[in-house]
Every structure is written in structure tokens, then in C-alpha cells.
Ligand binder design. Structure first.
Ligand code: SAM
Length: 312
């Protein structure tokens, strides 16, 4: 128990910190230029604020809306509703965000299996759907009368067919199981490092099995109930944006997108309804001033889940 407490790295806020950090949040009631909101967090409802933001200014939009489940997000509860009603609210959100996108922008939308179709149908009306990523969530309770739900979707969309995608930035380092050699005895399509580790840099597929949902001993962990892993955002940001690009996350939560954008030298705009989550995001951004590490991504490479042990 004592060991658990001392190793618990969850980021928390004191009331003094909240008081200080809240002063840095934006609340908009007039049209703004991009410079006024770059690298800032807006503490408002999406639907109350998108009308004030500059059109065609965003290179990458990451959407992680509340899923269609009843869930408490600190000061607000999102209530589960019918498929139809969920689709309607998602459409309102997306419709208000589309004008903010550049013609070359990419959009990633998170969802879970039962409403993934609702998201697909709406996204298909406003965007070009390029792919569906399925990622494995290691966490989760086993079910007695069903298959344990162990995956989530991310819809990868673009505004047009002219978009940026850098596959070389997101290759996955994989341990070589069958180390074939050429007739001359040279490694065929793999490499060996000084320590004798054999690995191959592979093109990433749309099935992601290398992510770890943040938990108490990870330094990125916060009390936010649905925090996404920094490694997930690193893949999306490196594949679909360039250094200096503008990344918008209007369901910012604990700030994962903003923090990874900062660590990877991109610019961000965050929108979040709950002030406590906004402050958590600001504290993480402060930490990122001095610590730019992203768990699972090191030396410009993505590592398989829990394989850091064989890095050195
Ligand atoms: C699924 S969570 C996002 C988690 C985030 N990706 C992270 O890594 O921490 C959704 C967030 O959207 C916020 N939210 C819900 N409705 C909103 C709205 N209408 N406008 C702005 N934020 C909203 C919630 O407070 C919650 O923090």
C-alpha cells in the first residue's frame, strides 16, 4: 500500500494551483484571430465558441467526444441517449467545426463499437473517410455473457484528397521473430543493434496494439476518467501534421493533444467545458516545458507495448 502511494505519479492540483491556472483560461464572446488563441485553452462549450474562431485555420482536428455512455466528467454528466439523438449531437459538433478546417486538413474521431456507425454516417456527410483505426485497450473488465470489449475505433478523415501523411515518422519497431539472412549471411530486411537486438521498422497498419491506457504509475496519468495515451496522439500528430502546424482539440479533457503537440513542436488550440480539466491540461503543459518524453516513443521510434526492457 505504501509502495503504491509512493509510486503513484497521478497529476493532481491544489486549490492554489487551480486559482493561478484558471487566470490563463480564455472565454470568448467576440471574433478572434488565430494568434489570440494559438497555444491557449478555451474554457467553454464547443457550441458557444466555434462561431468566434477563424475559418480555414486548422491543419489537424482531433475529436474525442463523450461516447454514448452515461459518464461524469467532473462538473458535467453526459447522458447516454438513443442512437439517433447521439448522432444529432455529434452532427451539431462536427458541423460547427468543419468551417475551421483548412482544405488540406485531417480529422481523427474516436468512438466505441456501438456508436461507431453513427459517427461514420455523419463524418461521411462532411468529410472524406480514409480509414478506420482499431486500437486495443488492454484495460477493461471481463464479461460473463459477452466477449470482453477490448477495442475502440478512430475514424481517419480528411477534408479533401490533398492531405499530408508522413508514414516514415510513424513506423513501428518490431522484434524480429524469423531473422532470415541473404546467401551472403547479411540480415534480409532487419537490423541488429550493439546489444544484439534484432528488429525491423514496419509500416503501421490500422490495428494498433502497442498502446497503454494511462494508469497510476505512468507520469502522464491524471484523474480524468477517459484520458487517451500520449503515444496515441504522437502517432496521429507525427503522421498527419508538420512542425508548426495548428492542431485543434475541442474536447481537450486532461490536455493530451495539447501536451503532445507541444512536445512535438506543433501549435495547439484546446476547448474544454470543465475548468478543472483545463487546469490539469495547463499543469501538464507546464511539465512539458522541461520533460518532452512520450512513453513508448523514443529515439524517433515507436516501440511495441512494454518492450522498453530490450531497448538497452
Ligand atoms: C472523452 S473526454 C476527452 C479526453 C481527452 N482526449 C484526454 O485525453 O484527456 C471528453 C471531454 O469533452 C468535454 N466536453 C463534453 N462536452 C463538451 C462540450 N460541449 N464542449 C466542450 N467540451 C466538452 C468533457 O468535459 C470531457 O473532458
Amino acid at each position: 500500500m505504501v509502495e503504491h502511494r509512493t509510486r503513484n505519479k497521478t497529476i493532481r492540483l491544489s486549490s492554489e494551483e487551480i486559482e493561478q491556472l484558471e487566470l490563463r483560461l480564455l472565454n470568448l464572446n467576440h471574433n478572434v484571430g488565430i494568434e489570440e488563441i494559438t497555444n491557449r485553452i478555451i474554457n467553454q462549450n464547443i457550441l458557444a465558441v466555434t462561431q468566434f474562431l477563424p475559418e480555414k485555420s486548422v491543419d489537424l482536428l482531433f475529436l474525442d467526444p463523450p461516447y454514448n455512455l452515461t459518464k461524469t466528467f467532473n462538473s458535467n454528466v453526459f447522458h447516454s441517449r438513443s442512437y439517433q439523438k447521439y448522432q444529432e449531437i455529434f452532427e451539431l459538433w462536427l458541423k460547427s467545426l468543419v468551417p475551421l478546417l483548412k482544405d488540406t486538413a485531417s480529422v481523427y474521431i474516436c468512438s466505441e463499437w456501438s456508436t461507431s456507425n453513427a459517427i461514420f454516417e455523419v463524418a461521411n456527410r462532411y468529410l472524406k473517410i480514409q480509414n478506420r483505426i482499431v486500437w486495443q485497450r488492454e484495460k477493461g473488465r471481463g464479461a460473463k455473457k459477452n466477449w470482453k470489449n477490448n477495442s475502440e475505433d478512430i475514424w481517419f478523415c480528411t477534408v479533401s484528397n490533398k492531405y499530408y501523411f508522413n508514414v516514415n515518422a510513424v513506423k513501428l519497431r518490431k522484434k524480429v521473430i524469423a531473422p532470415y539472412r541473404t546467401a551472403a549471411g547479411k540480415p534480409k530486411d532487419w537490423q541488429e543493434n550493439h546489444a544484439g537486438d534484432r528488429y525491423r521498422m514496419t509500416c503501421p497498419s490500422n490495428i494498433w496494439t502497442d498502446l497503454t491506457v494511462p494508469f497510476w504509475s505512468m507520469s502522464e496519468n491524471t484523474p480524468h476518467p477517459t484520458q487517451k495515451p500520449e503515444k496515441m496522439l504522437a502517432k496521429i500528430i507525427l503522421a498527419s501534421s508538420k512542425v508548426g502546424d495548428i492542431i485543434l482539440d475541442p474536447f481537450l479533457g486532461s490536455g493530451t493533444t495539447a501536451v503532445v503537440a507541444k512536445k512535438l513542436d506543433r501549435k495547439f488550440i484546446g476547448i474544454e467545458l470543465d475548468p478543472y480539466y483545463c487546469c490539469l491540461a495547463l499543469k501538464r503543459l507546464n511539465n512539458a516545458e522541461t520533460d518532452k518524453r512520450i512513453q513508448g516513443y523514443a529515439d524517433g521510434q515507436f516501440w511495441e507495448r512494454n518492450t522498453f526492457a530490450y531497448q538497452k
